[in-house]
Design a protein around this ligand. Structure first.
Ligand code: AMP
Ligand code: ZN
Ligand code: FE
Ligand code: FE
Length: 289
């Protein structure tokens, strides 16, 4: 059957509504799907309704960007038991994102790229606005050929329209994951740009801080890379998790459940994550409300 533990909906920078995404996951025959929008739990209620209607397990989650060497370390919070608490704890992060978005718009305007925040908001709809919405708008207006080019010319880190934003530190992110009853999973670890011993050292540090898992079965990685990462995760006592990182039309090369076509994330990894969340719950859950 398989699972997909990393997807985005219209609540952030995906293009499928939570309902449609969960329904599609069930049609594919997946046994569980995680909805992991950036910095928000807004899509989870609708996703939950869809999941009970179509008979698939919904794993409630978010994806957080953490502060690491000034760059981005992404972390999934999965199996969240208190989505409302998580959402309210992320309010400062969402406000910082909005300030960053305004800066990106200003940078683009000063580069002679005529985009307004109003237009970007139309791309983003109701959800968290992110760089893929800017990228899509730039493509629609003919400034770039596609989303990829928008990132490589304007929006990527080090590019002229890039702007920094406040992020939680890794240990804060891990503590937050646990405080809301969930597990912490390092996302797409190769984005960190570390190799061999350096990656291994970092994983050791993160595991010591309470990181529970690490994505190995990631949609965009080659199968041998997935196997290598799964072994590396085990060496540090991390559960090798994974998912497609599906974004619909904002990442057209990645399919739900299948990544580039060859992804399978074993059901067993979700069972292992659930076991960790359950055994840890008494120690981790804050007392009272
Ligand atoms: P943001 O949260 O606004 O910083 O945007 C981050 C999102 O942009 C990521 O989750 C990816 O979906 C997307 N992204 C980042 N870098 C690229 C890239 N080089 N090409 C396409 N999408 C990207
Ligand atoms: Zn995204
Ligand atoms: Fe990510
Ligand atoms: Fe993602």
């Amino acid at each position: 059957m398989g699972v997909d533990l990393h997807t985005h909906t219209t609540a952030s920078d995906g293009s499928d509504s939570p309902f449609d995404l969960v329904e599609a996951a069930a049609s594919l025959g997946l046994s569980a799907v995680a909805v992991t929008d950036h910095d928000t739990t807004q899509g989870l209620e609708e996703a939950g309704e869809a999941a009970s209607r179509v008979g698939i397990e919904l794993v409630r989650g978010v994806e957080l960007s953490l502060d690491w060497r000034g760059g981005a370390m992404h972390m999934l919070v999965l199996l969240v038991r208190r989505p409302d608490l998580l959402h309210s704890r992320l309010a400062p992060v969402r406000r910082a994102r909005m300030r960053r978005n305004l800066q990106i718009a200003e940078h683009l305007q000063s580069l002679g790229v005529e985009v307004t925040m109003e237009e970007v908001k139309q791309e983003g709809g109701e959800g968290t606005i992110g760089r893929p919405h800017f990228a899509s708008l730039l493509a629609k207006k003919g400034y770039v050929a596609d989303i990829q080019e928008a990132f490589s010319r304007y929006l990527g880190r080090g590019c002229p329209a890039y702007a920094e934003r406040y992020r939680l530190a890794p240990d804060e992110g891990i503590r937050l994951a646990h405080a809301v009853g969930g597990v912490a999973v390092l996302a797409h670890p190769l984005t960190l740009g570390l190799e061999g011993g350096d990656l291994s050292d970092l994983l050791g540090d993160l595991a010591a801080q309470g990181m529970d898992g690490m994505e190995a079965y990631y949609g965009a990685y080659e199968p041998p890379t997935r196997r290598t990462l799964a072994k590396l995760a085990r060496r540090h006592g991390l559960i090798p998790a994974g998912g497609s990182d599906y974004h619909g039309r904002f990442k057209p090369q990645i399919g739900l459940g299948v990544g580039r076509g060859d992804l399978t994330v074993p059901d067993r990894v979700l069972e292992e994550l659930r076991a960790v969340a359950a055994t840890a719950s008494n120690a981790r859950q804050p007392r009272g409300s």
